[in-house]
Ligand binder design. Structure first.
Ligand code: MLT
Length: 233
């Protein structure tokens, strides 16, 4: 498990399965968009790129400073990604940390976007690949964010419980696994108390924190294929 996004582009991760986590909120939004029937989610780094990629029928989504970007149809609240807004459509998404972490991880053999919402399915898929796994905690501006570490712990828990019995973790992974064991009955309150959670709360987005704290609501596996994330579950 790593929390320094810049490390994700290291050559040592080329043969691994990368699981990128931005529980509040980008990877939760991606899981929700695909569950609502979006045909794909295309993460891009900048607002300008998002506008350049846009073609008729696409949906432009994302945030800067946790708010919807001017001229975009959707922000970064999972609740906005419902069948009425995204079914059958490609979502072009740009967020401050999450989409950047995905794009930084592309040297890995496979890249998956995971959150609490779809963690069980992502862990099961990654286990089936029989490759080493690296979990990338997107954090915030290269700083560790507890919600991502907690979600990494949840994924490790899912790998151990359902898939891989002889899992070997690095020390940071072991710490995140213990964190999850300690907080597994208080996911929502831990997210509310986190730095990102408090920021979202201030902006009146408490419903997003609740939405992002639900475990295994979806069974999709958003995986990188030809420049975008699609559900291969
Ligand atoms: C991000 O990708 O930076 C986050 O998802 C920010 C947010 O919560 O909107």
């Amino acid at each position: 498990v790593i929390s320094n996004v810049n490390e994700a582009c290291s050559a040592k991760f080329c043969h691994k399965t990368a699981i990128v986590i931005d529980a509040l909120r980008a990877t939760s939004t991606i899981a929700t968009a695909l569950a609502a029937g979006a045909s794909s989610v295309k993460p891009v780094e900048t607002v300008m790129e998002a506008r350049e990629y846009y073609t008729e029928g696409d949906v432009l989504g994302g945030e800067r400073f946790c708010r919807r970007i001017t001229g975009f149809q959707l922000g970064n609240s999972p609740d906005e990604y419902v069948p009425q807004t995204v079914a059958g459509r490609r979502v072009i998404l740009t967020t401050t940390n999450g989409t950047r972490a995905i794009l930084k991880s592309l040297r890995a053999q496979e890249v998956i976007a995971a959150a609490f919402l779809n963690g069980g399915a992502c862990a099961a898929y990654a286990a089936r690949q029989r490759r080493d796994i690296v979990m990338i905690c997107a954090g915030s501006h290269n700083e560790f964010a507890i919600e991502d570490g907690l979600c990494a712990g949840f994924l490790l828990h899912s790998l151990l419980e359902h898939c891989i019995s002889d899992l070997k973790m690095d020390d940071f992974g072991a710490a995140m696994y213990s964190l999850y064991n300690d907080r597994k009955d208080a996911i929502c309150s831990t997210l509310f108390d986190s730095t990102t959670g408090r920021r979202l709360l201030k902006l009146g987005q408490s419903q997003d924190i609740e939405a992002c704290s639900r475990r295994n609501l979806y069974h999709n596996v958003p995986i990188w294929r030809s420049g975008q994330l699609i559900d291969i579950s």
